[in-house]
Design a protein around this ligand. Structure first.
Ligand code: HEM
Length: 521
């Protein structure tokens, strides 16, 4: 009777030993996976003092020393930096669900209605529902087409205003004119009015000032976010500024909403269905936001969303247009080729329209190459590890902040031959990167980020950048001021959250179309 049970007992025992051993090894391996390498930091402040003014460049240099996955300390926060396409893919594709929240910060708390917006909202049903509201009403193919006339009109007004300055005044700071155009197009879609309106419009002036200041304050790296002991001190005065600005923005939005409720008519030509109108209708109808009855959209949600659009969608767009024109001026052969294509597709009798864009194969390659060398947000927007995980053999502790060095990745010589050379042809059929685009699937080129929290306004941003750049390049010959040679044009970067030109681009514009093309119906 005993004989048959002995081998059974023995084999059960052996299997248990093996299972325990494997589990033990797995746990031990997880426990012992090292933290990513990185430079030693200072007491209390960690690596913050080592970042310098151009953080993206410093982090890129550190990647060359320590490898593509880097660990730093910003005060008491653990920060990891993805510095290669392969590592970025690990974070933003393989582990994307774990990195779908953004780290808490003073901007989200004090300006974005305590994280009630899209950019800073915790990952979850409310965030998803808010994203869907803008996706459906602003960024879907249909919504984009509905708003095409708005973007084209603002581009035409920009050209008209430049020509209207008279031949003596055609030496212009181009970035400013482009910013007026991109901001007005977005503000007409969002709140039905121009932010940069004619002189004397008090409301528009206030709006413009607030938007500009929000963007400035939002770009400051607030030490109090990383060193809790200093938070109460607000050493840079950032939180005080944010609170004041938030009150101004809120008062202004309350005024706009009150006008809407009182049925105040908007200025002629600017009325219409805008995002704010749609959001207020949802508030009025008490429509649920995230599917749950009790989770209704509120006026605060609407205000937070509008704030997001302005802060995330205006300078990001205009800055890249300024870079694209700078590169074209520095490369006269490429500029000539772009203008020849534009003349062939559009002719010289009218301005570029959005329906021309798909046929501008060469120009679209110019835009991709600009995004590669001059991404608007070179470190993307930070994400945070919800749980501890292991990436590329390294342990990433729970709560770590993730920065993706979009700028450095797009200059990796292993991925991009002659990475510093502006060469749009690499994206043309037969080129080394013919099928690569900027929409988040090719991790060597992710100016809009990737994964669940990829830029919500990608479709709008890409169209606006391409339309505005193409319109300017088609409508004008671009010349530098007398005495300045193209090879001396400064390409110096200024970094906050955004990557802008340190020296604004000043250009002589020479109209090159038939006079009738500059008239606006
Ligand atoms: C050239 C233009 C633009 C660039 C380069 C850009 C870039 C980015 C990047 C890198 C992110 C972070 C993505 C991530 O975490 O993976 C982002 C997020 C975002 N962007 Fe853009 N953006 C642009 C234009 C716009 C426009 C036009 C809008 C809206 C009108 C917009 C709205 C947003 C919003 C709402 C988010 C937050 C998404 C979320 O957290 O779910 N962006 N953008």
């Amino acid at each position: 009777m005993d004989l048959p049970t002995t081998p059974l007992l023995l084999s059960t025992f052996a299997v248990s030993v093996v299972v325990c051993y494997v589990l033990f090894r797995k746990r031990a391996a997880r426990k012992t996976a090292p933290l990513p390498p990185g430079p030693r930091g200072w007491p209390v402040l960690g690596n913050l003092p080592q970042l310098g003014g151009k953080t993206h460049q410093t982090l890129h240099e550190m990647t060359l020393v320590y490898g593509p996955l880097l660990r730093l300390r910003f005060g008491s926060s653990n920060v990891v930096v993805a510095g290669s396409a392969a590592v970025a893919e690990q974070f933003l594709r393989v582990h994307d669900a774990n990195f779908s929240c953004r780290p808490p910060n003073s901007g989200g708390e004090h300006m974005a209605y305590n994280y009630q917006d899209v950019v800073f909202a915790p990952y979850g049903p409310r965030w998803r529902a808010m994203r869907k509201v803008c996706a459906v009403n602003l960024f879907s193919g249909r919504a984009l087409d509905d708003l095409r006339a708005v973007r084209e009109r603002e581009a035409a007004l920009m050209v008209r205003s430049l020509v209207g300055q008279g031949s003596d005044a055609l030496l212009v700071p181009l970035g400013k004119a482009v910013n007026v155009c991109t901001t007005n197009a977005l503000s007409r879609a969002a709140v039905g009015r121009r932010v940069f309106a004619a002189a004397g419009n008090e409301g528009a002036r206030e709006f413009k000032e607030i938007v500009l200041e929000v963007m400035q304050v939002g770009g400051v790296l607030n030490v109090g976010d990383f060193v809790p002991a200093l938070r109460w001190l607000d050493p840079q005065g950032v939180v005080a500024k944010m609170k004041k600005l938030h009150r101004r923005f809120d008062d202004m939005m309350n005024g706009i909403i009150a006008d809407r409720k009182a049925g105040v008519i908007m200025p002629a030509g600017e009325e219409g269905k805008d995002l704010l109108g749609l959001l207020l209708a949802m508030v009025h109808d008490e429509r649920p936001l995230a599917g749950a009855e009790e989770d209704r959209i509120t006026e605060t949600d609407a205000k937070a969303l509008i704030l997001n659009l302005f802060v995330a969608g205006t300078d990001t767009t205009s800055t890249i247009v300024e870079w694209s024109l700078s590169e074209l001026i520095r490369h006269p052969d490429i500029l000539r080729q772009a203008q020849e294509e534009l003349d062939a597709v559009v002719g010289r009798g009218r301005l570029v329209s959005e329906s021309d864009l798909p046929r501008l194969t060469f120009f679209n390659a110019v835009i991709k190459e600009t995004f590669r060398l001059h991404p608007s947000t070179p470190l993307s927007l930070p994400r945070m590890a919800a749980e501890e995980c292991e990436v590329a053999g390294y342990r990433i502790p729970k709560g770590s902040e993730l920065l993706v060095n979009v700028w450095g990745i797009a200059r990796d010589p292993a991925l991009w031959p002659d990475p510093l050379v502006f060469r749009p042809a690499r994206f043309l059929p037969g080129g080394s990167h013919a099928n690569v685009d900027v929409k988040g699937g090719d991790f060597g080129l992710i100016p809009f980020g990737a994964g669940r929290r990829i830029c919500a306004g990608l479709s709008w941003g890409l169209r606006m950048v391409t339309l505005t750049s193409a319109t300017l390049v088609h409508a004008f010959g671009l010349e530098l001021p007398a005495g300045q040679s193209v090879d001396k044009l400064s390409m110096e970067e200024a970094f906050t959250l955004l990557l802008q030109r340190a020296v604004p681009l000043m250009v002589h514009l020479v109209p090159r179309l038939l006079p009738s093309a500059y008239e606006i119906a």
